[in-house]
Design a protein around this ligand. Structure first.
Ligand code: NAD
Length: 500
């Protein structure tokens, strides 16, 4: 399908969505339940109502918290490793078995392309559950510190790792399966119990996970609770309740600040995965064609709605025009439209508000003197599509170079030398990710100077269930996935006994 033909092509995505129209339920204390009110979830590729989700209120949230608390305090979930391994293996198999249904829903509700559901939007997140089930088989839950002499006696000391308690997991809309399962996997492995709150724009996808858990696993009642809501008071209840021990949050830095403050009264453990404004640095000895292709397709992946996407392209001033021309040509090859069509590369933005935000930032950049090389407009027709957009002449201190955009808009910034590239890349409140292209040793040296949690060298893929992911600076606190991700949900109890 060509980039301009979106109108006629949404029908199949709509049909995929329509088959999921039945109302979804929340999972509270082992029961699939509704709420007093529901609200519609919108297919972003068509603007049509896809289905209805329960709109939980604070009473529902408190029931979910109480169920998670009781499951933690009164069952053996937190101490029975064999049970947890069995349940997690069951959950992994059930998700694989139901992946066709989950895929159709993710395409229809999130606007994720089919190709993306075969990686980071669904199939990769399912693997995270299998990874943590396996990790639990070998992970040492205790650590021997040996003996010391003290007060005339010998003392044996050791550390036991214990589940941190009841976890409130609050997620963003953009990769709901990844965000939910990267929180459920390690928290279940650790022995925690969880209240998972869906993002208001993508409730059905997250509720479907809860339904798989309820219907196809032996995970005990109350261990996982899944709720959906548009009520800000529900988020507040989760982050302030004295019965919640840990808050794990993925979303914007602005919300992360509020959550950190809300959780401070009860001194919760707070884990934050927040925004990014990552830089791709092209060195003068890089393969420009390869870099341009990576830059163009990366910014259009999920229509730019990814926290780790490189939204600033840093190019050597002497090669600026050549690289810009190459990126423009690759952007012209990006096929957008019906996300269910296997040949579509880019789907829609999540809603019209987000599209207006993207367009507003583009218009303000132009008013400030930047140049739109290609794109820069909303796409006419149904759904919330925005053209792949390339902008040059961007001031490194301007809004477009500093603020997260969450749209398919790439800002080009010219630099003078390697030190200047590093300075511009680090000129950000964020520190989530980035990439550098050039001769390996020089590129690696630059990667080590960038203050971010992840860096790809010449397109290296750092993302996987076993690799820690997270941010420096205002991109977050803590690491998700890998062993580090498990340890976010563990407490350490140091024990000592006199040796008789
Ligand atoms: P958002 O911050 O608007 O909302 C995220 C979640 O927080 C939603 O579930 C929302 O209902 C809830 N929420 C909002 N206010 C709250 C409050 N005061 N207390 C408790 N919960 C509250 O984010 P979004 O628009 O859904 O997602 C986009 C953002 O997520 C971007 O900034 C993106 O960078 C970030 N993100 C980060 C990562 C990462 O791994 N670092 C991954 C994906 C998305």
């Amino acid at each position: 399908m060509s980039a301009q033909d979106t109108t006629a092509t949404i029908a199949s995505g709509e049909q995929a969505g329509r088959s999921q129209m039945s109302e979804r339920h929340m999972l509270i204390d082992g029961q699939l339940v509704g709420a007093q009110h529901t609200y519609p979830s919108i297919n972003p590729a068509s603007g049509d109502v896809l289905g209805y989700a329960p709109n939980a209120d604070v009473v529902d949230a408190e029931r979910a918290i109480a169920a998670a608390r009781a499951a933690f305090d009164t069952t053996d979930w937190s101490t029975n490793v064999e049970l947890r391994i069995r349940c997690m293996e069951q959950l992994h198999s059930a998700l694989v078995e139901h992946s066709d249904e989950l895929r159709a829903l993710t395409i229809a509700e999130v606007g994720a392309t089919k190709a993306l559901t075969e990686s980071a939007q669904l199939d990769d997140p399912i693997r995270i559950v299998g990874y943590y089930a396996n990790l639990l088989k070998t992970y040492e839950m205790s650590e021997d510190l040996g003996e010391i002499e003290s007060r005339g006696q010998r003392h044996h000391r050791w550390v036991e790792k214990e589940a941190a308690g009841v976890v409130a997991a609050i997620i963003a809309y953009n990769y709901p399966n990844q965000l939910a399962l990267a929180k459920l996997g390690p928290s279940l492995a650790a022995g925690c119990t969880v209240i998972l709150k869906a993002a208001p724009d993508t409730p059905l996808t997250t509720l479907a996970l809860g339904e798989v858990i309820a219907k196809h696993t032996d995970i005990p009642a109350g261990v996982i609770n899944v709720i959906s809501s548009t009520d800000p008071a529900v988020g507040a209840a989760l982050t302030t309740s004295p019965d919640v021990d840990v808050v794990t949050f993925t979303g914007s830095t602005a919300t992360g600040r509020k959550i950190m403050a809300a959780a401070s009264d009860t001194i919760k453990k707070v884990f934050l995965e927040l925004g990014g404004k990552s830089a791709m640095i092209v060195l003068d000895d890089a393969d420009f064609t390869n870099c341009a292709m990576m830059a163009a397709f990366m910014i259009c992946s999920h229509a730019g709605q990814g926290c780790a996407i490189t939204t600033r392209l840093l190019v050597p001033r002497a090669h600026h025009d050549e690289i810009v021309e190459l990126v423009k040509n690759f952007m012209g090859m990006v096929r957008y439209g019906d996300p269910a069509d296997p040949s579509t590369y880019m789907g829609p933005l999540i809603n019209d508000t987000q599209r207006d935000k993207v367009d507003g930032m583009v218009q303000r950049a132009v008013a400030a003197g930047a140049t739109v090389v290609t794109g820069g407009k909303k796409v006419d027709g149904p759904g919330f599509f925005y053209e792949p957009t390339l902008i040059t002449g961007v001031d490194p201190d301007s809004e477009l170079a500093q603020e997260e955009i969450f749209g398919p808009v790439l800002a080009v910034l010219a630099y003078e030398d390697d030190d200047d590239a590093v300075r511009i890349a680090n000129n950000s409140i964020y520190g989530l990710s980035g990439g550098v292209f050039g001769g390996h040793d020089r590129a690696l040296a630059i990667a080590r100077r960038i203050r971010t949690g992840t860096m790809g060298i010449n397109g290296g893929n750092y993302f996987g269930p076993d690799s820690p992911f997270g941010g420096y600076k205002q991109s977050g606190v803590g690491r998700e996935m890998g062993v580090a991700g498990l340890e976010e949900f563990l407490e350490r109890k140091t024990l000592a006994a006199v040796v008789s």
